[in-house]
Design a protein around this ligand. Structure first.
Ligand SMILES: Nc1ncnc2c1ncn2[C@@H]1O[C@H](COP(=O)(O)OP(=O)(O)OP(=O)(O)O)[C@@H](O)[C@H]1O
Ligand SMILES: [Mg+2]
Length: 534
């Protein structure tokens, strides 16, 4: 009650005693120049520019030139001309989120856009452009978060308060992966920012991907690609402000943004309009200053608060993972998930390239057995990847290297594990058990062996001990892992596509070791298929 009273007093203080009015002196592109009130304005302030028809367009101060203030609109500039009246608005835009916003869709101003009626406001203001909390006041990133995606949960485990980027070229499955995680996560609350995406996608995301169940514990902030850059940029800030509200009331928030690149593009449009010189690929220095200010707002909260786990998609321009925005974002975040077009083209979704993706909280958040399962799978994938070209061309002869034989055997099994339909969900512990089972690190667990205490059989530690318990002669699963396993018999061998048969080459290479085969292949270079028909 006391808090509400204090808020009312604070609000009353914010009501100005007088009206300050300026005039439009020029309009150029997206910019409105105003005179008469420059002394009363600073960058980030809001103004209302009155159109000729009497309606107002909300604008934000984005700079100053020749002692005039430069404004950009949150709407369209039609109907604004020289001499139009400009009234000063909020100096620090704020939003008053509330628990009842869960299940709702809002725009960059926090106004409802879902046709479900007005939103009730909370009693604590949250600045839309807040500063990230200081590093020493934050708790540490800890405790795994279940995202419901096998590949993520096991190979790229994400912890509460961690910030991860999902990097991919266009159409490789970023939004789909994000929507899967929103639907399947076990986190308390999701705040989803759809920034600069297509209008069609926003609706599909809310109705199909999120569904009623997902929406009930989410707030969605939408600014589609047709909206002005200020709206798109502010939608990203709004997403963070709403996440901060839920964090402060002790919730573990999953904050997702699709995409950070559109935020950067919006900032680029704004900066270029004001005349800021571009630095890299047209992106201005302000873009690179704003990115950490935005992304750092996600993370663990202070004592007694919840956390904001951030998942941010990054559109990788031209599939070049070293383009400036990808590079900058990768440096700020605590992990990156790389989606690969080549994998997507094979129809394996989510198209996560495990070997190129990293979660920086791993392996610290896993127990030893989980780490061993994952590193064993990674090692098999790496061995296969190293030899993939030779295997595909049929230039690798089975039996040459037991490690490669093993990788060939397990590769399709791991690939199958990584594949996940949109509607499918795998819980955190189930993922490790399933992966261990596929890698023959676990014996199949008969149903009657389910522990009598009712604990799920999926408890990795318990399950991993099952083989040892069942057969005392056998070493425990963990002890077995590092040992090289014998290649499986041909009948149980991999069902991989070895590509076209290369009989002549196979004969010629007969007796040579693997390195010679590799060298020969390199010499052939692009002529390899031709060589095959020799
Ligand atoms: N888990 C999945 N299962 C089946 N298909 C999928 C899956 N994930 C993605 N896809 C396919 O990939 C296509 C593109 O996915 P999506 O729209 O998520 O890509 P995007 O990277 O967000 O694209 P854009 O860069 O255009 O935003 C989808 O239309 C769908 O056909
Ligand atoms: Mg998308």
């Amino acid at each position: 009650m006391f808090q509400i009273g204090r808020n009312i007093v604070a609000e009353l203080r914010r009501i100005p005693d007088y009206r300050v009015v300026g005039r439009v002196t020029a309009v150029l592109g997206l910019l409105v120049e105003i005179g008469g009130v420059e002394g009363a304005l600073s960058v980030g302030d809001r103004c209302k520019v009155k159109r000729r028809d009497g309606k107002a367009v909300i604008c934000e101060v984005v700079g100053f030139r020749n002692e005039r203030a430069l404004l950009m609109p949150f709407g369209i500039l039609d109907g604004i001309g020289i001499g139009c009246e400009v009234e000063l608005g909020d100096t620090q835009p704020q939003v008053y989120p509330d628990e009842s916003w869960l299940g709702r869709v809002v725009n960059a101003f926090g106004e409802p856009v879902d046709g479900k009626g007005p939103l009730s406001e909370g009693n604590r203001p949250y600045p839309i452009r807040n500063m990230p909390p200081s590093a020493h006041s934050r708790q540490r990133v800890a405790g795994k978060i279940d995202l419901g995606i096998r590949a993520m949960n096991t190979f790229l485990t994400c912890c509460r308060g961690q910030r991860m980027g999902i990097f991919a070229g266009s159409g490789v499955g970023k939004s789909s992966l994000l929507s899967m995680m929103t639907r399947h996560t076990t986190s308390d609350v999701s705040v989803v920012g759809l920034i600069g995406e297509r209008g069609r996608e926003a609706r599909e995301f809310i109705e199909d991907d999120l569904g009623e169940e997902g929406l009930r514990r989410s707030v969605v902030v939408v600014a589609t690609s047709d909206e002005p850059p200020l709206m798109r940029r502010q939608a990203a800030y709004m997403t963070m402000a709403l996440s901060e509200y839920f964090r402060d009331v002790g919730r573990d928030v999953l904050c997702m943004m699709d995409s950070v690149t559109r935020f950067a593009m919006a900032q680029r449009e704004i900066s270029l309009s004001v005349g800021e010189p571009p630095a890299s690929k047209g992106y201005t220095p302000t873009v690179f200053a704003e990115l950490p200010r935005l992304l750092e707002r996600a993370g663990p909260g202070g004592p007694g608060q919840g956390s904001i786990t951030g998942l941010f998609t990054v559109l990788v321009d031209g599939d070049d993972h070293n383009e400036p925005i990808s590079d900058a974002v990768r440096g700020i975040l605590d992990g990156h998930v790389v989606l690969d077009r080549a994998i997507a083209e094979q129809g394996r979704y989510p198209a996560i390239n495990i070997l190129r993706s990293v979660s920086r909280t791993m392996p610290g958040c896993n127990n030893e057995q989980e780490n061993q399962i994952v590193s064993r799978a990674r090692q098999l994938l790496a061995t296969y990847e190293d030899m993939a070209e030779l295997i595909r061309l049929g230039a690798y002869r089975k039996g040459t290297d037991p490690k490669v034989d093993e990788a060939i055997h397990y590769f399709p099994l791991i690939e199958e594990f990584l594949k996940q339909r949109k509607t499918e969900c795998t819980r955190l512990n189930e993922g490790y058990v399933e992966l261990a089972r596929r890698l023959d690190l676990l014996a199949e667990q008969p149903e009657e062996q389910t522990p009598a205490n009712g604990q799920p059989a999926a408890q990795t530690e318990q399950a991993a001990q099952q083989p040892a318990a069942a057969s005392p002669q056998q070493p425990a699963a963990a002890a077995e892992m590092p040992a090289a396993r014998p290649a499986p018999p041909p009948s149980t061998g991999p069902k991989i596509n070895r590509g076209p048969k290369v009989h002549s080459r196979s004969k010629r290479e007969n007796g040579k070791d693997l390195n010679e085969a590799k060298r020969a292949l390199r010499q052939d270079g692009n002529d390899a298929p031709g060589g095959a028909s020799e």
